[in-house]
Structure formats: structure tokens, C-alpha cells
Design a protein around this ligand. Structure first.
Ligand SMILES: [Fe+2]
Length: 280
């Protein structure tokens, strides 16, 4: 017996009448047949219905009764990444987040070209949309083994203290193509993910065998939900602007505090008795 209770979680009432919060297997936002002929129903049935289901079941077992139990998925990812020395729950938590994000990055009849600010930033940061596409597909092809390829918005003006920033010389407030091994998610670098494609073999082998570049370029041309990616960019920019405001406010308070301390010190000096000082 169970009931939905919050984003990604539901309450499960066990046979012993104890109640635990558990993550649920969230379905893609379209039927499993909807991405054909580019991604087959069989691929989605295996990928979502078996692989993703396994990550959900494993995570629910792993966090039961631990300090991670009760946390949201992103908080579990950040906590279990453990500054680059991941705890056992990290892979399952990040794989759930990555897969949900992947399904929502696509839609039937998608692909083509983005528009608006997203297109403007891509052209600014990559030269042209064509050059961007080439870098994205090349990055996916160059990745050795299992992992993910991402479009992210990098706005981390603040220090990244959760992990080593892989591109510390990159300018901030720009679009970055990144690839990550296994389950790693750019959230741990404080980047804002905008789109991802799963490049584990289980994602494409049934439909494309070993032709990973063909699989990735087909998704980019036929399936990407650019409207969703644009919405994510708006959220990422708002978040970055909010954090920049908070940082400015923090600096302003620090400066105020320092100038108050200087005033206090000069008042102490003015109020001190020079004769007493000389007598000492
Ligand atoms: Fe996958």
C-alpha cells in the first residue's frame, strides 16, 4: 500500500505498519513508443523499466535508516559525492536524477534549432550552432566508457568547494559542453545542467549498436526539447543572478563591518589617556 507524497517520493506503508519515505520510478513525459523510430520502445522498456528501476530500488535500500533518508534527491547527490570520494548511495541517486533529466530533455517531434537567448549564448560561446553541435557530438564520441554528455550553464562565481573545478580558467556565465564518467552530474561542480544525453551502452546499443555518434546526433537533430532547455537556462540565469546579489550583499556587509571596526579602533585611540600611556 502506498501513496504519493512529494516530488519524486511516496510514502510506503509496510506490512509491519511502519511508514518510510521512498523514491519512486518517475516515467518519461510521453509513452514509451513516442520516440520511435529514433529510439525504440524496446530500448525505453529496458532503459527506463529495468535500468532506472534498478537505481530507484537500490537507492531506497541504501538510504533506509541512514542520515540520507528523508533528504531530497539533489541533496543526497551533493552529500554523497563527498568531495570526490563518493559514498555508495551516490551512483544510484545521481543515476535517478540523470535519467529523469534525460527523458525530459527529449520529446516526439523535437530537434531542429533552439531560439532566443539560448541560441544567442550558443552562438556567442561556440561561434555558431553548427560548431556547437560538432563539439557536442565529438565530446560524446571521445568519452571512453560509460557516462553522460551535457550542455550546462556555468555561473559559479563563488568558490567551488565541493569538488575540483575541471575547467577553472573558463569564464563564468557561459554555456559549456561537458562529459562526466559513470553517474557523475555537473551539479557537483556547481554547474547548472541544461540538457543531457546518456552515453552508457544500455542507452543506444539495441538501436544503434556501437554507433554512438549516430545515436547522439540523431537525438540532437530529431528529439531534443529545446523549449525545455530554454526554460532551464532561464532558471539557471535567475539562480545565478540571485546568487550574485547575495554575494554582493555579503561583501557589502563585510566592508561595513570592517569600517565599523576601524571606527571603533580610532575611537579607542582618541579616548585613551596619553599621560597614562607615557607613564607605562
Ligand atoms: Fe541509462
Amino acid at each position: 500500500m502506498s501513496m504519493v507524497f512529494a516530488t519524486g517520493k511516496y510514502l510506503k506503508i509496510t506490512h509491519r505498519s511502519s511508514i518510510v519515505a521512498q523514491f519512486e520510478l518517475k516515467p518519461p513525459p510521453y509513452p514509451l513508443v513516442a520516440l520511435e523510430p529514433h529510439l525504440s520502445r524496446q530500448t525505453l522498456e529496458h532503459h527506463w523499466g529495468k535500468h532506472q528501476k534498478g537505481y530507484v530500488e537500490n537507492l531506497n535500500q541504501q538510504i533506509l535508516g541512514t542520515e540520507l533518508d528523508g533528504m531530497g534527491l539533489e541533496d543526497i547527490i551533493l552529500a554523497s559525492y563527498n568531495k570526490g570520494d563518493p559514498l555508495p548511495a551516490f551512483n544510484n541517486a545521481a543515476q535517478i536524477w540523470n535519467h529523469e533529466f534525460f527523458w525530459e530533455s527529449m520529446k516526439p517531434g523535437g530537434g531542429g534549432k533552439p531560439s532566443g537567448d539560448l541560441l544567442h549564448l550558443i552562438e556567442r560561446d561556440f561561434g555558431s550552432f553548427k560548431d556547437f553541435l560538432r563539439e557536442f557530438v565529438d565530446t560524446a564520441s571521445a568519452h571512453c566508457g560509460s557516462g553522460w554528455v551535457w550542455i550546462t550553464y556555468k555561473a559559479n562565481k563563488l568558490n567551488v568547494d565541493n569538488a575540483v573545478n575541471p575547467r577553472p580558467s573558463e569564464n563564468d556565465y557561459k554555456i559549456v559542453v561537458a562529459r562526466t564518467p559513470n553517474a557523475v552530474n555537473p551539479l557537483v561542480w556547481d554547474y547548472s545542467p541544461l540538457l543531457t544525453i546518456d552515453v552508457w551502452e544500455h542507452a543506444y546499443y539495441l538501436d544503434y549498436e556501437n554507433r554512438r555518434a549516430k545515436y547522439v546526433s540523431t537525438i540532437m537533430e530529431k528529439l531534443v526539447a529545446w523549449d525545455v532547455v530554454s526554460s532551464r537556462l532561464e532558471v539557471a540565469k535567475s539562480r545565478a543572478a540571485e546568487r550574485a546579489r547575495e554575494e554582493e550583499e555579503r561583501k557589502r556587509r563585510e566592508e561595513e563591518f570592517e569600517s565599523e571596526e576601524e571606527i571603533d579602533e580610532s575611537e579607542m585611540f582618541l579616548n585613551s589617556d596619553p599621560e597614562e600611556s607615557e607613564a607605562e
